[in-house]
Ligand binder design. Structure first.
Ligand code: NAD
Length: 463
């Protein structure tokens, strides 16, 4: 093989692309991965999940030191924010993890190219960077180029005062008044960070609820808890524009007075990165939402060209992209690869966290599936009491006829960790009785899941 001839060329080194590249190499393929950013890891590692979680952890510790340690009998002096140090910690976490992907590429002999990748006909990819263009050839090409923040008409992002999550991960000072457009994952997570650090935060949401798609009952409870933390919600508020003013920014809302603030975070969803990919050179075109159409094995209509992650349909989640990348490559090599779309968890890392897997009550009702519901509050859980984090509850939804678990929804401490047990149980087709009969260590937060499973049959012991 010539230096630039590969079995598999992956476009994009986000969680979907880099894991596909690693799995391909494990399976014996000669793999290249093209990434235009100097750091590997994609949006998730560089400017998404990881830096936001670093800031969420740090700001939570700050809020805890200020407001929650005293009830554990810990007196502190005045607690002060060192924002530059907090941002440096976040940057160090990102640097360590992106370097980690680099090391994994080296260990697995994945060849990395830096530059913008473009298809140039069947089996051909051109990589362009400041130094010129390099042509690669491959038996299989996998498009994993991810997504970017969606723009809002009338909102002129200046990359500073009016910006996206990328800017909101690095504000150099705590905003006095931050307006967040969109009460989805990003709006609530980054809104929480800056609220905890002292900003007034107003969340403007077009829909009559927060977190569309999540369980409605838990989303409403989460809204109450976040409001208590100081986030101000204006639901049914459709933003029609945002502009810079001499003193800051003005956000226009349909049918209401504009809001003045000093920073705006636009978090109204994401759109696939399918521009300038050379799709036309292989006879492909994105659909009306910019997504690349694929079949159930991630194959596009162009032979040898596949796509996974945010550039295709489904939830725009790093772990969903990773599963798809691995399944796609496994199928290419072994003839078998599978993603269980019924058990992909979703987590919003507010305090408390909100986590979900499977179907919501709203979905079950819309599909006219008869279900039984078991709920258990963290207030009645010993570990939650010791932590001093008793807000929220676990909800288990099971098929009324077969008892198979159809959905689990958790609002509460470490819900993002707890949901893994529910996802594993559902992947094995567990019934609520199965979950209820698993011995859970005492005292743990996970006991709340066992109790909620018992509650499906009216047998919860501690409520
Ligand atoms: P989202 O789709 O979760 O939420 C966007 C919100 O903006 C919606 O509630 C929508 O109704 C609202 N909106 C749209 N137009 C509006 C307008 N004109 N005025 C007011 N509100 C408006 O999108 P997001 O929060 O930007 O997140 C983008 C993607 O990133 C999502 O697909 C999400 O899955 C992913 N993400 C996941 C996590 C996580 O898993 N923890 C964290 C961050 C982002």
């Amino acid at each position: 093989m010539s230096a630039n001839q590969f079995d598999l060329v992956v476009l994009g080194a986000g969680p979907g692309g880099y894991q596909a590249a690693l799995r391909g190499a494990q399976l014996g393929l000669h793999v290249a991965c093209v990434e235009r950013e100097p750091a590997l890891g994609g949006t998730c590692l560089r400017i998404g999940c990881i830096p936001s979680k670093a800031l969420l952890e740090s700001s939570e510790k700050f809020a805890e030191a200020r407001h929650a340690l005293a009830r554990h009998g810990i007196q502190t002096g005045p607690v002060e924010l060192d924002l530059p140090a907090m941002l440096r910690h976040k940057d160090a976490v990102v640097a360590a993890l992106t370097k980690g992907v680099e090391a994994l590429f080296k260990k697995n002999r994945v060849t990395r190219f830096t530059g913008h990748a473009r298809l140039a006909g069947p089996g051909r990819v051109v990589v362009e960077n400041g130094a010129g263009a390099t042509e690669l050839t491959a038996r299989h090409i996998l498009i994993a180029t991810g997504s970017k923040p969606a723009a809002l008409p009338g909102v002129a992002c200046d990359g500073e005062r009016i910006g996206t999550s990328t800017e909101a991960l690095s504000y150099p000072e705590v905003p006095k008044h931050l307006v967040v457009i969109g009460a989805g994952y990003i709006g609530l997570e980054l809104g929480s960070v800056w609220r905890r650090l002292g900003a007034k935060v107003t969340v403007l949401e077009f829909l009559p609820r927060i977190l569309p798609g999540m369980d409605g009952e838990l989303a409403a409870e989460a809204q109450k808890l976040l409001t208590r933390q100081g986030l101000e919600f204006r639901l049914g508020a459709r933003v029609t524009g945002a502009t810079l003013t001499p003193g800051g920014c003005r956000v226009e809302i349909e049918g209401a007075e504009p809001v003045e603030c000093d920073r705006v975070l636009v978090a109204v969803g994401r759109v696939p990165n399918t521009e300038n990919l050379g799709l036309e050179t292989v006879g492909l075109a994105p659909d009306e939402k910019g997504r690349i159409p694929v079949d159930e094995h991630f194959a596009t209509r162009a032979p040898g060209i596949y796509a996974i992650g945010d550039v295709i349909g489904g939830p725009m989640l790093a772990h969903k992209a990773g599963e798809e990348g691995v399944a796609c490559v496994e199928r290419l090599v072994t003839g078998y690869g599978h993603v269980d779309y019924q058990t992909i968890p979703g987590v919003c890392y507010t305090e408390p966290e909100i986590a979900s897997v499977g179907r919501t009550e709203e979905q079950l009702q819309a599909e006219q599936i008869a279900y039984r519901k078991g709920v258990f509050p963290f207030l009645a859980n010993g570990r939650a009491r010791s932590l001093g984090q008793t807000e929220g509850r676990v909800k288990v939804l099971a098929d009324a006829r077969t008892d198979r678990v159809l959905g689990v929804h958790i609002l509460g401490p470490r819900a993002g960790e707890l949901i893994a047990e529910a996802a594993a149980a559902m992947a094995f087709g567990a019934s609520s009785e199965d979950l209820a009969r698993v011995c859970h260590a005492h005292p743990t937060l996970a006991e709340a899941l066992k109790e909620a499973a018992l509650a499906v049959d009216g047998r919860a012991l501690h409520i």
